[in-house]
Design a protein around this ligand. Structure first.
Ligand code: NAD
Length: 484
């Protein structure tokens, strides 16, 4: 039980529980209830859209420098309370505290960057075909937008969308994941205190996503939807956006290959593999899912990786020593176990881990040991579906053309990594990999100024950088005639 009850933030007001009741948010490290959250109803969502639509003309025409001032105040408020926000994020999601604080700092960096970019969101003039005409191209906010975010990065996933939308002059109604709604509500609190006009942002929570999506997708005033989550749900939203022809930005699942050639710096390759694989317990869309190692260096790479993995500390994310926390929910453990069992049944060997982690300091059943699998092949589930857990599967190869084909043999196309010291090979691989982001000798690719997004079934659109801003802007061509 908990005394903490969070309301929804709707058109500048905090609204506590109604007849719809509340739902619990659990700490994955202990199973304790962190807080109860009021369930938003369809009526609440409509009210939020009404509020957003009413304030849109004012927010959309406010000088960008004034919008920037409000966004920067919210940044300062969140920076002041970063420890408290970090601890809350750990309690609802499970990741180690340093990573939680890093996530919030990264989110704030998005706000700062977009608040600057909003001042540069200008159009252009184009020479006309006759002396009596002028062609102007305007960039205007697309209008009311909606955001749906996942549980794996409860803070930055919302801040990245919100930063671009607000800076572009758009209003937003947002729904965080039901497992981790608290960080999003704290973001709303920071913006409220920063003086964001009522209605520009509403954050609504519900255990059943359709309470939110059914209303948002049917409302023609919502002009764009930005979603981060699974490919399955992304497809549902893309289909349902057709009726009102909303713009969709979809950041979906991934299945990242990491390829280590025999000329690579193995120490760097292991360091980057560790960072990519074990950040957030492997629950990231850009996490390494298939580690392809050239046969000639496979033994050495495996030994180094095994050593690095064997010293990882498992525990509650609030403990400073923890490097691997709990997975977010029991179903996540079931999926990891299914992938490992399938791999073993098809001939893979477990070199390290392979079980749920137990211990006197581990107070829930949601910890999984860092697990190293070898003799993995392309027929196994783990090489086809996202595992979203701390499992590193090693596959081997001998030929560049062959490994490139294997790396691309997936419906996903979010991120891929390649380790080589051969410049020509690096160029060939970066051009040949069918992924929205390719890291060459780099597997930590996040950057606020870069366009992040997927190819194929990993999504449409880009977040971050100038292209991230474009998702929230309409392009209008104005033709002026009879100029004398
Ligand atoms: P999910 O798709 O189940 O949920 C994401 C959000 O969608 C949540 O807010 C959820 O409430 C909502 N949702 C669920 N079902 C819905 C429905 N039928 N209609 C509308 N909304 C619905 O995904 P998840 O399990 O929370 O997150 C993990 C997935 O997200 C993974 O596949 C991961 O790769 C992906 N992801 C992608 C990125 C990226 O940037 N590409 C980043 C993080 C996570």
């Amino acid at each position: 039980m908990t005394d903490d009850i969070y309301g929804n933030y709707i058109v500048g007001q905090w609204q506590g529980p109604t007849d719809a009741g509340t739902f619990p948010v659990y700490d994955p490290a202990t199973g304790a209830v962190v807080a109860e959250v009021a369930t938003a109803t369809a009526h609440d969502v409509k009210h939020a859209i009404n509020g957003a639509a009413a304030v849109q003309p004012m927010w959309g025409t406010m000088p960008p420098v004034e919008r920037q001032a409000i966004i920067r105040r919210a940044c300062a408020i969140m920076t002041d309370r970063i420890d408290e926000l970090g601890r809350l994020l750990v309690r609802e999601q499970g990741k180690p505290l340093a990573q939680a604080i890093g996530e919030i700092q990264y989110g704030i960096a998005f706000l700062e960057w977009f608040s600057e970019e909003g001042r540069r969101a200008h159009g252009m003039t184009i020479p006309a075909g006759t002396a009596t005409k002028r062609i102007a191209v305007l960039k205007q906010p697309i209008g009311v937008t909606a955001a749906i975010t996942p549980w794996n990065f409860p803070s930055v996933q919302l801040l990245r969308k919100l930063g671009a939308a607000l800076a572009a002059g758009c209003t937003m109604v947002a729904k965080p994941a039901e497992l981790t709604p608290l960080s999003a509500l704290e973001i709303a609190r920071a913006f409220d205190e920063a003086g964001l006009p009522a209605g520009v942002l509403s954050v609504l929570c519900a255990q059943e996503p359709y309470e939110f999506t059914d209303v948002v997708m049917a409302d023609p005033r919502v002009r764009a939807i930005s979603f981060t989550g699974s490919t399955e749900v992304g497809k549902i939203l893309m289909r349902s956006s057709a009726d009102t022809m909303k713009r969709v930005s979809l950041e979906l699942g991934g299945h990242a290959p990491l390829i280590v050639f025999d000329d690579a710096d193995l120490e760097a390759a292991v360091t980057e593999t560790m960072a990519s694989k074990f950040r957030n317990m492997g629950q990231t869309c850009v996490s390494v899912n298939r580690i392809f190692v050239h046969q000639a260096v496979a033994d050495e790479f495996r030994e180094r990786l095994e050593h690095a993995m064997s010293v990882l500390t498992i525990g509650n994310g609030l403990d400073e020593k923890t490097e691997v926390g709990p997975l977010v929910e029991p179903a996540a453990l079931d999926k990891v176990e299914r992938h490992v069992a399938d791999a073993v049944a098809k001939g893979a060997k477990v070199l390290l881990g392979g079980n749920r982690a137990k211990g006197a300091d581990l107070h829930s059943d949601q910890f999984y040991e860092p697990t190293l699998l070898v003799d993995v092949d392309d027929s196994m589930l783990i090489t086809q579906e996202e595992t979203f857990g701390p499992v590193a599967p090693i596959l081997t190869f001998t030929d560049e053309t062959d490994v490139l084909a294997r790396a691309n043999a997936t419906p996903y196309g979010l991120s891929a990594y390649c380790f080589t010291n051969d410049l020509n090979r690096a160029i060939r691989m970066s051009e040949g990999l069918e992924y929205g982001t390719v890291g060459i000798n780099d597997a930590m690719i996040s950057a606020v100024q870069a366009p992040f997004g997927g190819m194929k079934e990993s999504g449409v659109g880009r977040e971050g950088g100038p292209l991230g801003m474009e998702e929230y802007l309409e392009t209008k061509y104005v033709s002026i005639g009879q100029v004398r």
